[in-house]
Structure formats: C-alpha cells, structure tokens
Design a protein around this ligand. Structure first.
Ligand SMILES: *Cc1c(COP(=O)(O)O)cnc(C)c1O
Length: 380
C-alpha cells in the first residue's frame, strides 16, 4: 500500500465491537480480567491502550519502522531516548538542535555526567573525526530548527556505525511524507507529533520509531517505566491528523517555496534559509533524501528590532511558538522558541525570523508578508 493509503488505514481497522469506522477513544485507565492474569493484552493504560496501539501501528508504518512507541510530547520521547544511555556516555548533536532539546541536554543530563558535543551542520561531512569510543549516539535534525540546515543522513549513519554509535534523527520538520530516516540508515526516528503529524495546533505528543528489536524492547520497557505516555484523546487527535498528512504537506511545500522565492528577491531580506532554494548549501542533499522541502522558512533581516517589528506586524501569520499546523505562524527564535540557546556559542541569530507556512491561500500569505516588510518610515 502507498503512503497516503497507509496513513488512513494501517492500525485503523473498523472497531470490531461496533463497526465504527474511526478508532474509538478508549478513555479508560484499566481493563477487567476474566481471571487473574487473563486479559486481552490490555491490563493498565500506562502500559497499553487500544487508541495508542492504533497510533503506534500507523506511525510506525509511515516511518518504515517495525516498532512504534508514542509519548506525551516530543521532549517526553527525547527524555526516554536519553535513558538508553548512562552517565559518562557521549552524544554528538547537531549544533542548532531544537532549543528544548538543548535545554534538556545542557541543564538536565549534563549535570548528571552525560557528555554532549555540538557539531555545526557543515562539519558533519567530517563526523568520523568527532567520534570516539565513548560516543554512543549521534543526534541529527535535518532540516534543523530554526536554520533549516541539512545533514546527509546516510553518510552520517555510515560514519556513526563505523564508530559503534547509534543514529537518532529528529524528523519533526520533514515528516515521514517527505523523508524517512530509517530507510537512509538511521537507527531511531523521533518526532514531536505536536507539529505536522497532529497538524492542527490542538495536541502535544511525541513518537519514536525503530527497526532494532533490542532498542524497541528497551523503549517499550522505558515507556511504561518512566511513564511519559500520551492520553487516548491525544492519540486520537494525532491519528485524525495523519490521515491528511500527505495533502497537507503538498500544500505546505508549495506555499513555502513560493514564499522563499519572494523573500529571496526582497530588498529588506538579508538571507533566506529554505532547502528548496538552489542557493541553500544543503539543497543537493535535500533533493536526494527528501521528496520535497517542507513548510518551514527562516530569514534574516537587518536588525533584531526589525525582526521583532515585522513579526508583530503580520496579520495572517500569527505571532506564536510551535509550527506545523494548517495556520501560518511567525516568530523570532532568539526571543521565543530558542531562548534557551541564547548563551550557547551557536545561538539563533537575534535578527532571524522563522515562518511556519500554513495551507491558506498563498496570495493572501504573500500579501501579508509584503505588507509587514514595508519599513515603518515608509508607512503613511
Ligand atoms: C517542538 C519540537 C520538539 C519538542 O516537541 P514537544 O512536542 O514540544 O515536546 C522537538 N524537536 C523539534 C524539531 C521540535 O520542533
């Protein structure tokens, strides 16, 4: 079955009890047993829940994963993955990693003795030189948040595996519709389902997929033991979201490309970051490992003051954190999503604006941005 069909049907068979075409929200904490230990695979909802099982099966299928494990948030998934490691283990992360992941590594796990090194995206071709026998994990975001850097996932996986390290790819920006890291050699794929997979800015969730049975077994154990599990209604919302993922992503990509082209020509824009532009340093790799280039566009304007003024002036692009919903959002990462990286050597530039381009009419979106880019001095 093709991706679009699996998104609608895998794990989502009609309810056997009633024929309901949509997977029910099994809003229950526990399950009645016939006799002690005799049950239908469900005993307690932190461990198993049928709505969560449906979501895990569906998302695993979309990521070409044998095993899918759902979490209460993207960071809940990340925390659980960090528990695959022990104090003293070293992780190499892409330098412009999501701000919340950096806050976790630098302020939660580093004080416990974990070792993190942050490698700029353009150093990834030399990844092998940055690995040693203590390195257990390489953590990639591609495209990255907020600078849309692109890493050659297959090359990074080859280098990491040669050094005995596992590769985790945060695929939140691309979604499995555009890029499937496990097919490119990664060991683990992680998501904030809060973003494109949910797709409607109404749920917070996370997901991990893998084909490694040992890793999967440990992650299922950690899922129930650490307890960062999503509720049934949250699972249902993400299941509902992924049914339309393919068509939403097509429109996100179309709209984002049009806006990236407009911004690149605009006299008030210093630089545009969008992997679909031939001027983007990762364009060739992105063209090889992605189906299309996604809905996120970042750009630099002259000053931080200007960035904040523009972000405050758009009307359709709402000023808000998060991304991946049907509605367009605008933000200044330095002051908002990436404030936790402010003091890091690779802080998001203060004059950077990040757009999550929604699926509204592209003409309306372009008009909104063009209006916001008119300098204050030129406004009558
Ligand atoms: C939002 C986000 C996360 C964190 O996910 P939450 O669901 O907010 O916990 C991780 N990685 C990326 C790339 C994100 O955009």
């Amino acid at each position: 079955m093709d991706f679009e069909t699996r998104a609608i049907h895998v794990g989502q068979e009609p309810d056997p009890a009633t024929g309901a075409i949509i997977t029910p929200i099994y809003q229950t904490s526990t399950y009645v047993q016939e006799a002690v230990g005799e049950h239908k695979g469900y005993d307690y909802s932190r461990v198993h829940n049928p709505t969560r099982t449906a979501l895990q099966t569906a998302l695993a299928s979309l990521e070409s994963a044998e095993h899918g494990i759902a979490f209460s948030s993207g960071l809940g998934a990340t925390t659980t993955l960090m528990h695959l490691l022990n104090p003293g283990d070293r992780v190499v992360l892409i330098a412009d990693v999501y701000g919340g992941v950096y806050r976790m590594t630098s302020q939660v796990y580093e004080p416990k003795g974990y070792v993190f090194d942050y490698l700029p995206a353009d150093e990834f071709p030399n990844l092998a030189e940055h690995l040693d026998e203590r390195t257990r994990m390489v953590w990639i975001e591609s495209p990255s948040n907020p600078l849309l850097n692109v890493v050659d996932i297959r090359a990074a996986a080859d280098a990491a595996h040669a050094a005995g390290a596992m590769v985790v790819v945060d695929n939140t920006f691309a979604t499995p519709y555009l890029q499937r890291p496990l097919e490119l050699g990664a060991d683990v794929v992680v998501h904030s389902t809060t973003k494109y997979l949910g797709g409607h800015s109404d749920v917070v969730g996370g997901f991990v997929g893998t084909n490694d049975p040992t890793v999967a077994e440990r992650l299922f154990f950690l899922q129930k033991s650490l307890g960062a599990v999503p509720g049934p209604f949250d699972c249902w919302l993400v299941l509902r979201g992924i049914k339309t993922l393919a068509v939403r992503m097509q429109r996100h990509c179309e709209n984002a490309m049009a806006i990236a082209v407009l911004l690149e020509r605009h006299p008030r824009v210093e630089r545009v970051f969008y992997p679909g532009l031939p001027s983007h340093p990762g364009h060739t790799i992105a063209a090889r490992q992605m189906r299309d280039y996604g809905g996120m566009v970042s750009f630099l304007v002259e000053t931080p003051e200007e960035a904040e003024a523009i972000a405050g002036r758009t009307k359709l692009f709402q000023l808000a954190e998060s991304l991946g919903g049907v509605e367009s959002l605008i933000e200044v990462p330095y002051r908002m999503t990436h404030a936790a990286t402010k003091d890091a050597p690779f802080a998001s530039p203060p004059n950077l604006i990040r757009l999550s381009v929604g699926i509204e009419s592209v003409e309306d979106l372009v008009a909104d941005l063009e209006n916001a880019l008119v300098p204050a001095a030129a406004r009558a």
